[in-house]
Design a protein around this ligand. Structure first.
Ligand SMILES: *Cc1c(COP(=O)(O)O)cnc(C)c1O
Length: 232
């Protein structure tokens, strides 16, 4: 795992260069290390190299690792598909949920955080592929979901998240990232009380440079840091 350090150096350099090229402040771009499938020891190592935000996509897996690593000052983000019956396990554990895509889920989140009289920051996950898809919500659905969720007192919407289709040629998915940025701008113009559009969670190992060019503030990188996963 000695490669982790080198990979991180390379990614941070790329982010820095991309920001310089596009006139962005590199501090606006936070790296979420996607640690799904990896043992806690590896997360500990990454933490030694400056990783302070980790992203997980399975609730039970995250809870187990967090228990093992509770003495490290890490910020945990949930980035995967979330079932309503698992929401309760995230309370007091996560700082940000990237993947809110339906009102029923938002209501459940709101209810669980209300029990603790706390607020949770969430991102709305939108599907910006431009083609009809069975998965995810399109731009209009995202707009109305944001409006519906904005009424829930224990949830703060702080931005949007998207996943681009996998491609060998990241240029091909630039429109997905610019589409998310434009959608966030449209939502911002609506001035919906309690809704901020400060985060754009977009860009993974294959396409993060293009995503940063298009305004990403959270890039979610797994295999680019830790090497190829053999599953999921
Ligand atoms: C796995 C995963 C990533 C990271 O993917 P890599 O290609 O390994 O960088 C990012 N976001 C989500 C939602 C994921 O599930």
């Amino acid at each position: 795992m000695a490669l982790i350090k080198e990979n991180l150096v390379r990614i941070r350099e790329k982010v820095f260069e991309t920001c310089m090229k596009t006139g962005r402040n590199p501090e606006e771009v936070k790296l979420v290390a996607v640690t799904k499938t990896l043992p806690p020891e590896v997360i500990e190592e990454a933490h030694n190299y400056g990783i302070d935000i980790v992203g997980e996509n399975k609730v039970q897996e995250m809870v187990d690792k967090l228990e093992y690593l509770k003495n490290l000052s890490l910020e945990w983000h949930f980035i995967g598909h979330l079932q309503t019956n698992k929401v309760k396990y995230l309370v007091d554990r996560v700082e940000l949920i990237h993947s809110v895509d339906r009102l029923k889920l938002a209501k459940e989140i709101n209810q669980e955080w209300a029990k603790k009289d706390k607020q949770i920051n969430v991102l709305i996950q939108a599907n910006i592929s431009g083609e009809a898809s069975k998965f995810g919500i399109n731009e209009e659905e995202t707009m109305s979901l944001v409006k519906d969720i904005s009424g829930l007192c224990n949830i703060n919407i702080t931005g949007l998240m998207t996943m681009a289709p996998y491609t060998e040629t990241p240029e091909e998915v630039r429109h997905v990232f610019s589409g998310l940025r434009l959608l966030a701008e449209r939502i911002r113009q609506e001035n919906i009380p309690g809704v901020k559009m400060q985060e754009l969670s977009m860009g993974m190992t294959n396409d993060y440079e293009v995503a940063v060019e298009e305004g990403a503030t959270l890039i979610r990188i797994g295999s680019g840091i830790f090497g190829e996963r053999h599953y999921r």
